[in-house]
Design a protein around this ligand. Structure first.
Ligand SMILES: Nc1ncnc2c1ncn2[C@@H]1O[C@H](COP(=O)(O)OP(=O)(O)OP(=O)(O)O)[C@@H](O)[C@H]1O
Length: 230
């Protein structure tokens, strides 16, 4: 699990997160909701270790965090194919410039199959649609094989069929024992998640309640009615 405790973070004097406390459990998909500018990306950055919190702590499991950003920072002029981009996930796991093993190659092919982009494997990144780029970035994150996957609006730009397929993929990733957190404005993606949390005024609330939840207390799961530790 990934344990966020009393986290404050922002940009200069602009405090965006004001005491976020939550335990994101392994084995479930959590949808992170909130209006534009509420701090979803900021929280994902803090969880991934990209942005250090001004105060508070984040405990991550060893093995790193696979991050699917809202926009790719890969220069589209680079002559990279979809397969190259997905293979980057293996380097993230093993360290750069290590030899890619047969198992890595199998993982790359399997992730491209899962995301329905195997037929695009030899296409260059600058020849793809926005949704195809998005699916390549999710496939790269799967190949990372990290215990935590955070995704920043992975459904944006995808058609309804692909959004449903991606929800299934995320559920399978979570079912393999990983923490999966997706920031989303997509109501159907939130509905397909195991739990929904919402950022309001810099704090995290369990949906639809406005009462913030603390770590390590047992509360009922809003979908299944079962008891979970958060
Ligand atoms: N690099 C930055 N420098 C200064 N302020 C920033 C920076 N990035 C984000 N902000 C501000 O921090 C606040 C939270 O932004 P953030 O991107 O985390 O929100 P979000 O919930 O992900 O929004 P959206 O739904 O629009 O993607 C916003 O007010 C935004 O203007």
């Amino acid at each position: 699990m990934i344990d966020v405790c009393e986290v404050h973070a922002g940009y200069g004097r602009h405090e965006v997160l004001r005491g976020v406390t939550w335990c994101f459990a392994a084995g479930r998909v959590t949808a992170l909701r909130g209006s534009n500018g509420s701090g979803k990306t900021t929280l994902l950055d803090v969880m991934a270790g990209i942005r250090p919190p001004a105060r508070g702590t984040v405990s991550r499991p060893p093995g790193g965090v696979a991050y699917v950003p809202q926009r790719t920072h890969i220069d589209p002029r680079l002559p990279l194919t979809v397969r190259d981009v997905v293979t980057m996930g293996a380097w993230q796991r093993r360290g750069p410039w290590r030899r890619v093993s047969r198992d890595d190659r199998r993982a790359v092919e399997s992730a491209m199959d899962d995301l329905g982009i195997a037929h695009l494997a030899r296409r260059r990144l600058d020849e793809l649609s926005g949704g195809q780029v998005q699916r390549s970035l999710v496939a790269r994150a799967i190949v990372c094989d990290a215990p935590v996957m955070v995704l920043d609006e992975p459904m944006s730009g995808l058609d309804i069929g692909v959004r449903r397929e991606l929800s299934d993929v995320l559920r399978r990733v979570a079912a393999s024992g990983r923490v999966v957190v997706q920031a989303t404005h997509d109501a159907e993606a939130a509905e397909a998640s195991d739990q929904v949390v919402t950022l309001v005024d810099g704090r995290l609330h369990r949906h639809p309640s406005t009462v913030p939840q603390r770590c390590h207390i047992s509360i009922p799961d809003h979908r299944s009615g079962s008891s979970v530790v958060e």
